[in-house]
Structures are given as C-alpha cells and as structure tokens.
Design a protein around this ligand. Structure first.
Ligand code: FAD
Ligand code: NAI
Length: 471
C-alpha cells in the first residue's frame, strides 16, 4: 500500500469484527484493507479465545469421560494417560487451520491483508508499522476500528502467564497444576476451571458476587449450574473478594475477604487465573490525533450506526458497547459494512445468545427472570428437567433443565435459559423463535424429532401454558 492509494474502507484489527467486515466489504465490491498486528487473522477468538478454549474443553471432557464415565456404560479401557503436549498440539492444529482459512477467505473476496500495527495520523490517513519492518501510509474514505479487548488485570498481581495467568496463559499451561485458584466465576473462569479440574487440578473459584456465570445468567440456572460443577469437583467461594496477592513464595498466595461479614483467609495455589472481565483495547491507535473520546470503561463512543463523532470513522466488536462475544462482533461487522455501502443495517441486541461451554453447557437468550422482575414485566415460567428427557436418560447425561419465560397475556417468548447437554446448539432454536416473535405455544406445537434433547425445549415451552407431557 502507498500513500497515493485510497481505500473505500480501512479496517484496524483482524479479529472476528475486522475480518468479517473485510470479507463483507470485499463481497460488496469495496476496495478494502484489513490491518492486523498479531501475525495471524482471527483475533482473540481464533487465536487465544473461543477456538483454543473449545478444543481444550472438548478434549478434556473426552479424557474425563473415559476415566470416570465409561465403566458403567460397559466400556472397559486399559491405562489412560494424558499427553499434555499432544493435547495442546490438537488445539494448535485447530487454531492454525482456521486462521489460515480466514486468510484464504480475505484473498478470495479481494480484501487486502496488511500485517502491521495501524494508528491514526489524521481523520483519513493510517500509518502502518509493518511487522516485517518499515512503515506505510494508507488513506481511507471510511475507517473501522475493530481493535478488540484484553484481559482486565488484577491490581497488584503481576501477570507472568506462567503462575499468574489470564486466559491466554491458562490455555497454554505446560503441566497440570496441583492447585489452581480462579479469580472471577464468569464465563472464562468456569470454562478454564472445567478444563483444568478435568485434567486433575484441584480448582477453587473465588467470585465476588453471590452467583456464578457472570452478567446475564438467570439466577435459577446459575444455581443449578453451580451444583453440577461442584459435583464435578470444582470448589466455589461466593460473595468473596480477593483483596491482594503475593507471588514471592513457591505458591501464589491470595488474601480473600468474605464480602458479607465472613472472616478473611488466604489461599495458596500453584496457578492463579485472573478472569475478572475484559476491557477494550485501543492502545497505540493514536485516537488523540483525531480527538476521539472513550467512555469511563474505555469503550469507543458510537451511535446506532457505529459512527464515532467523526462520521466516516466507525467502531464495532469488543472495543465498543455491548456483550463481548464473537457472534455479536460478526453481526455488527455485516451491519456496519451495509451501513457504509447501502445506508442501512441491523442487529437485534435483544436477541444475542450466550453459551458457556462447560459440561453440561449453559445457554440463554432474551431476558432472565431477574431482568424481568427488575423491570416489573409480568411473566410466566415453564420448566422441563433433562432427567425427564428420553435422549438425555439414554445417554446417561441428564443433569440440568430448560426454563422458558413467556408473556402471560400474549404468550410471546421473553427468554430461554438452558443448562444441560447440547444447550449451546439448542439455543439456536430459541433464538430463532425469539427473533420471529414466536409464542411458547408456537414452539410447543412444532413437531420435534424423537428422541432428541430438543424435545426438552418443546416441553418446557408447553409447560408455560399447559402441562408438559413427560413430567
Ligand atoms: P479481537 O478478537 O480482540 O480482535 C482484535 C484484533 O485487533 C486483535 O487481533 C489485535 O491484535 C488487533 N489489533 C489491535 N490493535 C491493533 C492495531 N493498532 N493495529 C493492528 N491490529 C490491531 N466469544 C464467543 O462468542 N464465544 C466463545 O466461546 C468465546 N470464548 C472466549 C474465550 C476466551 C478465553 C476469550 C478471551 C474470549 C472468548 N470470547 C468468546 C470472546 C471473543 O473472543 C471476543 O468477543 C471476540 O474476539 C471479539 O472480536 P473483536 O474482533 O472485536 O476483537
Ligand atoms: P465476566 O464478566 O464474564 O466475569 C467476570 C466475573 O468476575 C464476574 O462474575 C465478576 O463478578 C467477577 N469479579 C470481578 N472482580 C472480582 C474480584 N476482585 N474478585 C472476585 N470476582 C471478581 O468476564 P470473563 O469471564 O473474564 O470473560 C470476559 C469476556 O469474555 C466475557 O464478557 C465473555 O462474554 C467473553 N467470553 C465468552 C465466552 C463464551 O461465549 N463462551 C468464553 C469466554 C469469554
């Protein structure tokens, strides 16, 4: 790229937000360049987030099942050994295959991929410090900030990614620690606690709030999930705040204070995972050169069309408002390009599913019971336990329930909350129903194949206005 060349769109950041926008812009016939400094496309999600964590979750679940869940299925196995090096290689194979796939897709759609760090010179020019050395300047009619997020550090606890780790270190440990303490019982905390607990670590999760699962999880589902995870061997300390940490001894020491009147104590562990949330990443972007402001949480301020106060500079994904989820970033990427090329785009923020990939999975969409209560919105509830679902019973995997919330007058679906096997796939059906404004009766009168886990979803819907058949 050279200064004389002007792009229709320059994207800074090649994560899910940035690379999807690059592909979409290419498809729309725009001259587009995507700048990424990491060396590979896919951002946090593909490189150190969604994908590697799911590889570890899937394979640690298999390992744990073979060890502890095969005998009563009539399967006797010989010696079972974990080869952590190959376990990590399986993860790396998944990651590298997918990041290369994304690079191919950019090329296929005519989007230029520039390896380097981008920063604003002014409102139309971006300087790129190239990874291979040297610098270039590109001009853009439109510029999209898609620089993502980073782990929020814990004050006073130095992160070395070996003993005190963020999720990035936690997906790459070289040995199974004997003990692990997780600060923060949100999604990252619980997914990583599951991985290392299954592989043999004694894991304790310390959570500041009175419930696990992070923001948005329905309280009843959160409690059920906690019971299930506790049965799997994960220990929880709720309403407990980590006050300080000390890394000078062989074990990392955390001082914790029970938030509600309990007594202070200290916890020693081999590895500490800091998982207290993520924060937008805009360092080194040169926002000061164009006078762009951030809100109090470091998010780039935008309007409903993703425009900053400089209308041709927009922002999507983790760097701005909304849930920090890959599929949210992807929806915004398509919408923002449509705004630029056609003048209109759309994302339904009331209808973005969340999935926690523990076993069983936890998934939800729409409003939780506590959300509805807080807004004084009337609702009726239908629930159905997986212990009454024939497929879950057959699979000897029937912990959990489906909970449906519907409008008492119109029967319109307000929220669906699932903890149970296959919840992450089942939530797609709930999301479609919510998006199309279905009533719970619409769901319940839709024929579901037998025997499937999804019948639990149908029967929970039935239970909101009538009785479930199998419970
Ligand atoms: P990012 O993916 O963070 O991408 C931003 C990119 O911009 C980065 O690659 C960065 O290197 C680059 N960049 C930044 N500044 C510059 C610059 N100046 N110049 C050039 N490049 C720059 N979400 C889900 O939906 N499902 C999951 O299962 C899931 N699992 C997760 C597991 C973990 C451990 C973590 C940490 C996150 C997970 N997430 C998951 C969240 C998901 O990863 C993010 O929501 C998603 O990656 C956001 O995409 P993004 O493109 O906005 O930002
Ligand atoms: P989170 O916001 O989900 O959870 C953080 C938890 O830490 C909260 O429950 C909070 O109360 C607690 N906490 C904060 N400070 C604390 C303290 N001092 N002591 C004890 N507890 C404390 O954030 P998390 O888990 O770090 O994940 C970050 C983001 O990544 C999330 O927004 C999530 O959307 C995304 N993500 C999504 C995944 C998925 O979709 N499956 C998987 C992993 C991450």
């Amino acid at each position: 790229a050279s200064a004389s060349e002007e792009k229709d769109l320059i994207i800074i950041g090649g994560g899910v937000a940035g690379y999807v926008a690059a592909i979409k812009a290419g498809q729309e016939g725009m001259k587009v360049a995507c700048i990424e400094k990491r060396g590979t496309l896919g951002g946090t999600c593909l490189n150190v987030g969604c994908i590697p964590s799911k590889s570890l979750l899937n394979n640690s679940h298999l390992y744990h099942q073979i060890l502890h869940d095969s005998k009563h299925r009539g399967i006797e196995v010989g010696e079972v050994k974990l080869n952590l090096e190959n376990f990590m290689k399986a993860k790396e194979t998944a990651v590298s295959g997918l990041t290369k796939g994304v690079e191919f897709l950019l090329k296929k759609n005519g989007a230029e991929y520039i390896k380097g760090t981008g920063s604003f010179i002014n409102e139309n020019e971006i300087k790129v410090a190239l990874n291979d050395g040297g610098e270039s300047v590109i001009r853009g009619k439109n510029i999209l900030i898609a620089t993502g997020s980073e782990a929020t550090p814990f004050p006073g606890l130095h992160i070395d990614e070996q003993r005190v780790v963020t999720s990035t270190g936690a997906i790459a440990l070289q040995k199974v620690p004997e003990t692990m303490t997780v600060i923060g019982g949100g999604i990252i905390g619980l997914e990583m606690a599951s991985v290392w607990s299954r592989l043999g670590a004694k894991v304790t999760v310390v959570e500041f709030l009175g419930q696990i699962g992070g923001p948005g999880m329905d309280t009843e589902i959160s409690k059920a999930t906690q019971r299930i995870l506790k049965k799997q061997g994960i220990e929880f300390k709720l309403n407990t705040k980590v006050v300080s940490g000390d890394t000078t001894s062989e074990l990392v020491k955390l001082d914790v204070d029970a938030a509600k009147g309990g007594k202070p104590e200290s916890i020693d562990s081999e590895v500490v995972l800091v998982a207290i949330g993520r924060r937008p990443y805009t360092q080194g972007l040169g926002l000061e050169n164009i006078g762009l402001e951030l809100d109090e949480r470091g998010r780039v301020i935008i309007d409903s069309e993703y425009r900053t106060k400089i209308p041709h500079i927009r922002c999507i994904g983790d760097a701005t408002f909304g849930p920090m989820l890959a599929h949210k970033a992807e929806e915004e990427a398509v919408a923002v390009v449509e705004y630029i090329s056609k003048g209109h785009g759309h994302v339904n923020y009331g209808c973005i599913p969340s999935v926690m990939y523990t076993h069983p999975e936890v998934a939800w969409v729409g409003q939780s019971e506590q959300d509805l209560k807080a807004q004084n919105i009337p609702y009726k509830i239908g629930t159905f336990p997986f212990s009454a679902n024939s497929r879950a019973k057959t699979n000897l995997d029937h912990d959990g329930l489906v909970k449906i919330l519907a409008d008492p007058e119109t029967d319109r679906l307000l929220g669906a909350h699932i903890v149970g096997p296959g919840a992450g796939e089942m939530i797609a059906e709930a999301t479609l129903a919510l998006e199309y404004g279905a009533s719970s009766e619409d769901i319940a009168r839709t024929c579901h194949a037998h025997p499937t886990l999804a019948e639990a979803f149908k029967e929970a819907a039935m239970a909101t206005y009538d009785k479930a058949i199998h419970f």
